[in-house]
Design a protein around this ligand. Structure first.
Ligand code: SAM
Ligand code: SF4
Length: 332
């Protein structure tokens, strides 16, 4: 008999697990990492591929069907294709995806595709070299563009572009990025800047809101209409151009929180289970994974973590407290 689904106190069923494979990164986006003196988790604390695979297998028996690999920068993890192969082979995994900054795709897109990866989100905020450098503090735009072109040639599908939108900075990128997506068959998803930066500089005034972007696109490219039959539990609100040529997504965690429909849990690279990107508390799974616990004990721990999930983040209230870990250490 199949196990009961992972359901929380608010009736939300969880079928989506994000696994961070490293907290290290080869670039330094200002809204995520500090420029220097980054605190990384010691290597011995990072889960092995075997530990991640075991956790994923147990989660799949509890109804998880969607897995996403993230980080830090997941392509920095040596032999990532071996993990992809293991995860793709788990019966019950309907959807396996990766989120990357794309810098190492020219070398690794091929081996990852061969290992079974098809869905990829590539992080790109701008097509302007100077602004790319300002945002990421690295001069790697050409590599990312080369990586995107290679993914298209190899047949990855869908390829989505994750663009963090920051007020008084990325406005000039809205139309060029959206055009780039339209011309190359990529869905661009604009992500509102969230309070997850390591330097704790976020304030509401820096959030470029989904509605503002929507208006710029409708005026600058073509009118957009919301896609009515989309999955209500997907975090992105999706629009299509009225002329039928392409679509755009918004992850509007600040202006349109989607906590009521949340179906996700996250495993950090050092083995902590989180029920929310913004959670303050988390559950350390590593002592069980490394201490000889049986699958039933790990299952119980996952159920307890989901059972204790809060109703939602409170970014829009005075009570909001940013989580102790910044984005690169949680796994976005
Ligand atoms: N390094 C990979 C990358 O950049 O795609 C994967 C990890 S990164 C933490 C995952 C996503 O988080 C990125 O695509 C980026 O768009 C997003 N992100 C990082 N910091 C953010 C912030 N403060 N607000 C909103 N999105 C953020
Ligand atoms: Fe690295 Fe991704 Fe964070 Fe940028 S958003 S610093 S690429 S982990």
């Amino acid at each position: 008999m199949p196990a009961a689904p992972l359901i929380d106190a608010y009736g939300r069923i969880h079928d989506n697990l994000r696994i961070s494979v490293t907290d290290r990164c080869n670039i330094r986006c200002f809204y995520c990492m500090p420029e220097t003196e980054v605190q990384f988790v010691p290597r011995a604390e990072i889960l092995s591929f075997e530990e991640m695979e075991r956790f994923a297998r147990i989660a799949v028996t509890l109804g998880i069907t969607k897995l996403r690999i993230t980080g830090g920068e997941p392509l920095l993890r040596k032999d990532l294709h071996l993990l992809i192969r293991k995860l793709a082979a788990i019966p019950g995994v309907a959807d396996l995806a990766l989120t990357t900054n794309g810098v190492l795709l020219p070398q690794l897109a091929g081996p990852l595709y061969e290992a079974g990866l098809r869905r990829i989100n590539i992080h790109l905020d701008t097509l302007d070299r100077e602004r790319f450098l300002r945002i990421t503090r690295r001069d790697d735009l050409d590599r990312v563009l080369e990586g995107i072109a290679l993914c298209r040639r190899l047949g990855y599908h869908p390829i989505k572009i994750n663009a963090v939108a920051v007020k008084n900075l990325t406005e000039p990128d809205i139309v060029p990025l959206a055009r780039f997506g339209r011309e190359n068959g990529l869905e661009v998803r604009f992500i509102e800047f969230m309070p997850l930066d390591a330097e704790r500089r976020w304030d509401r005034g820096q959030v470029l809101l989904a509605d503002e972007i929507l208006e710029v696109l409708s005026r600058g490219i073509a009118p957009l209409e919301e896609i009515p039959d989309r999955d209500p539990r997907a975090p992105a609100t999706e629009y299509r151009y009225a002329d039928g040529l392409g679509r755009i997504g918004f992850i509007a965690s600040v202006s349109r929180p989607f906590c009521l429909n949340c179906n996700r849990i996250r495993l950090t690279a050092d083995g902590h289970l989180r029920y929310c990107l913004f959670a303050i508390e988390e559950t350390d799974v590593k002592p069980l994974l490394r201490g000889g616990a049986d699958d039933g004990q790990i299952e119980e721990l996952i159920r307890a973590a989901v059972g204790g999930k809060w109703e939602g983040h409170e970014i829009n209230s005075a009570r909001f407290i940013p989580p102790p870990r910044p984005m690169y250490s949680i796994g976005g």
